[in-house]
Design a protein around this ligand. Structure first.
Ligand SMILES: [Zn+2]
Length: 453
């Protein structure tokens, strides 16, 4: 269907801005196709999850943490954000935190959980922490939410923070991703009071309702799980390359085919032009969540928003998940590259060099962007954050590559970047160094025009 600018785009932007304020981003996992490098994770999770009634859970989360830094640790930090996401203090209630049967002292403030260790954890050593808690998923919540008998578990367990000469933690900020967690492996057992469709970051297999099971996911960042009421959804499955795309749209929706077709087109484009997707399954849930999670995305119910939002969330699998970054200090590293990739796909899809960048142009025009992209989340207001990260930076890149061979040259750059940094956490300096090394000549003037030195 031909897109028109104007009302559709403005509607999209208003909806996105509203959503961004009250909720935002997303994913899902799979499996045995990973290479060995990707499998050596230093964090292992064994989580048992029992739903006692719709949306109410008893959870026991065992996290084995290995200290792979050069420093000894006297504490560990996790992001535990259910109460922050929903501004209610009773969404999650911690019952106990222990290690090897000993109760641990802890503090939970602004979504950051610090656990005191009884003795220092030396480099190379590991320790297992057990967090037992109850979770009551609110109706109309932010990301972690329930809609009747459909339950969406986003950021629902203690997520180990990154350690880089200190724990990299920030107070929760709903305008973007204020929590960052590394890659880990997961074994999740679940027991549910009814049969649900299971859609998670792990490879879930054919869409069949079940009430209990075990999910195994490897090399996943934040593990997402949705339990969907089978009567509320229609499902189709498409194969693209080695990956199964499972598309869930509401039972009454008329856009199952359109959603599936565009998903396959975008996914195949990113695989062919940026790099291989090493997981067996990508799930798409049309619940208007507009959010990326590993191997799973929450996408629009509205056909008019598929181009701008569905494609963006799929592109996040490459930038955010398969290449990681600190989304609090440098949100542009995933959001701007994702929006730039979205523009490249849409331009190709519509058969020209430019038409895919209308959303970025509308973002940029919505308010005055900040002079630099590498501001922390708390240095942006919401409108400037979107104008800068989703508008200005993708368009700066578009302008740069227009002088370097156009969209094809841009895709070649992204492919080289992806190859270099897959399953790694990229810093601003690493991006700058890679960018400078990739191109002949001095690129400092361009980089310094939107990144602080
Ligand atoms: Zn995004």
């Amino acid at each position: 269907m031909k897109r028109t600018l104007g009302i559709v785009l403005l509607t999209a932007i208003i909806i996105i801005l509203i959503h961004s304020y009250i909720q935002i981003h997303s994913n899902e996992p799979t499996d045995e196709m990973l290479n060995d490098d990707a499998l050596s994770k230093s964090t292992n999770h064994a989580i048992d999850l029992e739903m006692t009634e719709a949306g109410t859970f008893r959870i026991s989360a065992e996290v084995m943490v290995k200290n792979d830094s050069q420093e000894s640790w006297s504490d560990m930090a996790f992001f535990f954000v259910p109460n922050e996401m929903n501004s209610k203090s009773n969404v999650a209630e911690v019952n106990s935190i222990s290690s090897a049967g000993h109760q641990m002292d802890y503090e939970l403030n602004n979504g950051v959980l610090f656990i005191e260790l009884d003795s220092e954890l030396l480099p190379g050593k590991q320790q297992t922490i057990l967090v037992e808690y109850s979770l009551t998923v609110p109706e109309d919540g932010l990301r972690l939410t329930r809609s009747e008998n459909n339950i969406y578990l986003a950021h629902w367990y203690p997520m180990l923070a990154e350690y880089d000469t200190g724990w990299q933690v920030n107070a929760y900020d709903p305008k973007g991703e204020s929590y960052e967690t590394g890659y880990g492996d997961y074994a999740i057992t679940y027991r549910l009071p009814d049969e649900y469709l299971i859609t998670t970051s792990a490879p879930d297999g054919p869409a069949q309702a079940s009430s209990s099971g075990t999910l195994i996911g490897k090399t996943i960042k934040d593990f997402y799980a949705a339990f969907l009421n089978p009567a509320d959804w229609q499902v189709t499955e498409r194969k693209s390359g080695e990956t199964e795309l499972r598309v869930f749209v509401p039972a009454e929706s008329a856009i199952l085919e359109e959603t599936a077709e565009l998903s396959v087109e975008a996914f195949a484009f990113f695989e062919q032009n940026i790099g291989d997707y090493p997981f067996a399954e990508l799930d798409l849930i049309a619940n208007d969540g507009y959010m990326e999670y590993p191997n799973i995305v929450e996408v629009p119910m509205d056909e008019a928003l598929l181009d701008s939002i569905l494609v963006h969330e799929i592109a996040h699998q490459w930038f955010y998940y398969l290449v990681s970054n600190d989304p609090y200090e440098n949100a542009w590293l995933d959001e701007s590259l994702t929006e730039f990739s979205t523009g490249l796909f849409l331009s190709d899809y519509y058969g020209d060099e430019d038409s895919g960048f209308q959303t970025a142009q509308a973002y940029k025009a919505s308010t005055t962007p900040k002079p630099y992209a590498d501001l922390a989340l708390d240095e942006f207001d919401t409108a400037a954050y979107y104008a800068t990260i989703y508008g200005e930076v993708p368009l700066l890149m578009k302008g740069f590559f227009d002088q370097q061979g156009g969209n094809e040259a841009a895709l070649e750059f992204l492919a080289a970047y992806y190859e270099e940094f897959q399953f790694r956490r990229v810093t601003k300096q690493q991006f700058r160094d890679f960018f400078e090394g990739y191109f002949e000549g001095d690129q400092q003037e361009f980089l310094n025009s939107w990144l602080q030195t």
